[in-house]
Design a protein around this ligand. Structure first.
Ligand SMILES: Cc1cc2nc3c(=O)[nH]c(=O)nc-3n(C[C@H](O)[C@H](O)[C@H](O)COP(=O)(O)O)c2cc1C
Length: 315
């Protein structure tokens, strides 16, 4: 999805700096060309060599070094990039950019650039709720800078609260969305089904299949990038709920049918990528079927609802 796109990743001095390595890997996997600029503080957490190796490009951590081809690097990189992502972003970098400070390679490059800048902030919960930080975010948002909300959870300082780096996949999705938004589905609602269903045998066992949900999730993300409002109805999956998409989790074919029919009237397009079970046990045993020496359990199957067929009748 990011083939040919040029992304400048700014890494700042947070305990989460190591997570930027995974961001570089994912961006590269999606086909992007990535340059990394590290602040001086960031180099205390991760070695520049990590990012040079993963990105395949030299990592820049010094505004004044002259030992490579880009003589005025901040201008060259500012012109080269299609998008600047700062992840993790410290309270300090947000404050500096909000106030027009350009005193290192990253802030100077941002100042010299005209492309979209996205921040993925990470910090202690008191820093995030600090009115000065909040004012900086408001100011930057009003100017068109984008923020990926940090998550709740256990923070590096040992406290629990808001301030963790957003999910890496969500960060990469946000970059993809910003760079590939086409809008030809604007005003449309797309309903996508994904993954498998589970049909219970008893309270601990079920019949299912190997569908992972990857296809449905990819189609849902693509529809969002094309500007659609997307509703994703998914069976059990290990994939995280995609950002900006209404995601509804179900277990059985019956639940899938209920949710599909609930959202059907709103949908302009339905993409049925789920591998819904064709059969289910006619009777769900209470508790757990016990193992017995001489007798194997008999499980009678019946057809599950044919969702596509029933939808077809309603067209
Ligand atoms: C162990 C450690 C972890 C830190 N983690 C964060 C953090 O997650 N977020 C933050 O805003 N500052 C954090 N800081 C403080 C920043 O490193 C400090 O504000 C620094 O000046 C940021 O510089 P930079 O924005 O140029 O990278 C941390 C400092 C230390 C020593």
């Amino acid at each position: 999805m990011l083939k040919g796109k040029k992304i400048l990743l700014g890494v700042t001095g947070s305990i989460a700096a190591y997570k930027a390595a995974e961001i570089v890997s994912l961006l590269k996997k999606e086909g992007a060309d990535v340059f990394v600029i590290m602040t001086e503080s960031a180099t205390k957490f991760v070695q520049p060599l990590t990012f040079s190796t993963l990105s395949g490009n030299p990592t820049i951590d010094n505004l004044f070094s002259t030992n490579d081809k880009m003589v005025v690097k901040h201008i060259s990189l500012a012109q080269w990039a299609d998008l600047i992502l700062i992840a993790p972003a410290t309270a300090n970098i947000v404050g500096k950019i909000a106030n027009g400070i350009a005193d290192d390679m990253l802030t100077t490059t941002v100042m010299a650039s005209k492309v979209k800048v996205i921040f993925a902030p990470v910090m202690n919960k008191n820093m995030i709720s600090n009115p000065l930080y909040q004012q900086n975010v408001e100011k930057l948002t009003a100017l068109g800078y984008e923020f990926i909300d940090s998550e709740y959870g256990r923070l590096a300082c040992g406290e629990t609260g808001k301030g963790r780096l957003a999910n890496i996949e969500d960060i990469v999705d946000t970059v993809e969305y910003a760079l590939t938004l086409k809008n030809d589905y604007q005003g449309k609602t797309v309903l996508v089904t994904a993954s498998c269903t589970r049909e219970p045998i008893d309270q601990v066992r079920f019949i299912s299949n190997y569908s992972s949900g990857k296809m449905g999730f990819a189609l849902a993300k693509d529809a969002r990038i094309r500007g659609a409002r997307v509703i994703l109805i998914t069976g059990p999956t290990s994939l995280p709920a995609p950002k900006g998409i209404t995601t509804i989790s179900i277990e059985s074919a019956e639940e899938m049918k209920k949710e599909v029919f609930k959202y059907f009237p709103e949908a302009d397009i339905i993409i049925s990528a789920a591998a819904v079970a064709d059969f289910r046990p006619k009777k769900v045993f209470a508790g757990k079927i016990k193992k017995t020496k001489n007798e194997n359990p008999f499980i009678e199957l019946e057809r599950t609802p044919d969702i596509l067929y029933e939808l077809g009748k309603k067209k």
